[in-house]
Unconditional design. Structure first.
Lengths: 316, 300
């Protein structure tokens, strides 16, 4: 078991290095010079050269990468071109706001997805199964940013029940666990949770129906065990798989919330990325994507380890 | 699939099925598809949308770029505007038909490119094995380490706006999963007895790869790739929704959804329409791919 965890952690290191290389190269795949965003077009060659030296852009690429990586390890993600503040200072609070949405959506997705999938798997072939399976397919096919707009149209524009923009009524960007915060959270969380609900319902349905066909369930039934107790056995067996899917979804939600955050003007990493892209604020873009990807890698790692500890067969 | 085909009819098989088996694989798949109304309906809807997009100049009732300040944001069903007008008074139906061109292209092209590139890399990795496999698959793992929407936005954000850049970004998103599937099935097929038998004959490596391996791995890879189109249309339209795709006045469904978002208080129905197109198209591709998989899996 310990060996498995160690091996899994060792494996995450080259992946993280690869991720950092991809993020580093984002600067160079774009059009024009990395400096073009800061320097005016009419800047003389002399100034350009001096700036290049100052930013270390005159050195060969591998050296630039190592310098960048070295700064990264000390927590320095560079300076935002747009605001002139350190990227990490901008990223921190935004990340917290995004995590709040992602965790909310993952919880809703886990609860409803398991419930729907469980009901469908337990009633395989019956109308309940068909209904929830159709619901799951809809969940994974719906463009969530469109659903977000539809939710705003229904609950904000037509019914006027819930706010449509921001995190607080006064434009605040700090989450304070107030009733107002939660009211602003409802619609984004619903919009974000349809995908995990759909994916989880599919997974749980498959796992449950596979499990119910197994001989040991038959044996439990013939032993005279009540359905409720059998359900407990089923839950115990399906849980690791469901948990794994939710863990992976949490990472996807964090990285994929940019579209929904844009619709709701939620002050998270999505909004940050959106601004960075259109201001061509490359350090900001690079830093945000790197941190989100590393979180995704760590979540995968944690999920694998938890899954292996729940089901020792995985560790082999 | 190769294994089931080689297994032959089981002794207890129903007579009707036995006849079907003798008619050959593809005619059986076709017979099964015909009995699946959901897949047929989805196929028809997709065909309609694709044909309407291709023949847009003949099908669309109005000029997609003709603006009219007097006819802005008319609700669906006004005069001769079946689906109403947008924020500049252009016919919604016409814009949706024309928008399908870009939306479908940016959704399908990346999957095709990823199929060609990722598929070949995966088959090579699976067939050659060893260090080549390691090098290819570990590189793919790095791209796998990004959530797909984030990777698409990162690459197209760094490359800048435009259809070509969006297609490049999405191709890079879909290459790793296709490569992984291709590698898995190729490794499976490579180790089957009939490939070993082919090696014993004078057939060269190229012939074994093209005839015996490719012939057996292409089906599963194609089915998997088709299931990605529904994801692709959602992400591609999402990029466009963020403003990373086409530039106005040209439009696709994602950009239309974005610009009409300002009008949700005035014309909520019009604002929701472009999303309905993304939704329907994505859903149909999803269901069609499911139906194809079921029809082509002889084990079911």
């Amino acid at each position: 078991m310990l060996f498995y965890i160690l091996r899994r952690i060792l494996y995450a290191i080259p992946i993280s290095i690869g991720v950092s290389v991809v993020c580093f190269s984002l600067v160079y795949i774009g059009p024009g010079d990395p400096l073009s965003a800061i320097l005016p077009a009419e800047a003389s060659q002399e100034i350009v050269d001096r700036m290049k030296r100052e930013y270390g852009l005159d050195k060969p690429l591998p050296v630039q990468y190592l310098v960048w990586l070295g700064k990264l390890l000390t927590g320095d993600l560079g300076i935002s071109i747009q605001t002139g503040r350190p990227v990490i200072a901008e990223l921190g609070p935004a990340l917290v706001n995004s995590v709040i949405l992602a965790v909310g959506a993952a919880l809703v997705g886990f609860g409803l997805g398991s419930l729907f999938g469980g009901i469908a798997g337990y009633n395989q072939g019956r109308p309940a199964d068909r209904f929830f399976t159709a619901f799951a397919i809809t969940g994974v096919s719906v463009p969530h940013y469109w659903l977000a707009i539809v939710l705003v149209i229904i609950f904000s524009v037509e019914l006027g029940w819930l706010p449509s923009l921001g995190m607080t009524g006064s434009g605040g960007t700090e989450f304070t666990f107030s009733a107002e915060n939660f009211r602003h959270m409802v619609l984004p969380v619903i919009a974000l949770s349809v995908i995990p609900i759909g994916i989880l319902a599919r997974t749980v349905r498959g796992a449950v129906s596979e499990l119910l066909a197994m001989e040991f369930v038959e044996a439990l039934r013939s032993k005279g065990l009540s359905e409720a107790k059998i359900l407990r056995h089923v839950t115990k067996n399906v849980a690791p798989q469901a948990l794994a899917v939710v863990g992976l979804q949490l990472g996807s939600l964090l990285g994929g919330s940019i579209l929904v955050e844009t619709v709701f003007a939620w002050p998270g990493t999505g909004l940050l990325l959106n601004n960075a892209i259109f201001a061509r604020d490359i350090p900001m873009l690079q830093g945000t994507i790197l941190v989100l990807a590393l979180i995704f890698v760590s979540l995968n790692l944690i999920v694998d380890v938890i899954q292996a500890s729940l089901d020792p067969r995985i560790a082999r | 699939m190769a294994t089931t085909m080689a297994a032959g009819p089981v002794p207890t098989v129903e007579p009707a099925e036995f006849v079907a088996e003798r008619r050959g694989y593809w005619s059986m798949v076709f017979t099964r598809l015909r009995r699946d109304p959901v897949t047929i309906v989805c196929l028809l809807i997709i065909l309609t949308i694709i044909l309407a997009a291709i023949f847009a100049p003949w099908v669309a009732p109005h000029d997609p770029y003709k603006t009219s300040m007097l006819k802005r944001l008319k609700p669906p069903g006004t005069d001769d505007f079946l689906l109403g007008t947008d924020e500049l008074g252009r016919d919604m139906l016409t814009r949706l038909i024309y928008g399908g061109r870009v939306s479908l292209f940016t959704a399908i092209a990346p999957v095709v490119m990823a199929l060609l590139l990722g598929g070949s890399l995966g088959v090579i990795a699976g067939f050659v094995g060893g260090k080549v496999n390691m090098a290819i698959m570990r590189t793919m793992d790095v791209f796998y380490a990004f959530p797909s929407v984030l990777l698409a936005i990162a690459i197209s954000g760094a490359l800048g706006t435009g259809i070509v850049n969006a297609v490049i970004a999405l191709t890079l998103v879909f290459m790793p999963p296709i490569c992984r599937v291709a590698e898995t099935v190729t490794t499976q097929v490579r180790n089957l007895d009939f490939v070993a038998a082919a090696r014993a004959t004078p057939a060269g490596t190229m012939r074994i790869l093209l005839v015996h391996v490719l012939g057996n791995v292409l089906g599963p890879i194609l089915i998997y790739a088709s299931s990605l189109i529904s994801v692709s249309i959602i992400i591609a339209s999402g990029l466009s929704f963020l403003g990373l795709g086409v530039s106005p006045p040209e439009a696709d469904w994602g950009l239309m959804l974005n610009t009409l978002r300002q009008s949700i208080y005035v014309a909520p129905l019009n604002a929701a329409l472009p999303g309905v197109m993304i939704f329907i198209t994505g859903m149909c591709f999803n269901l069609m791919s499911d139906g194809l998989r079921t029809a082509m899996d002889m084990k079911l």
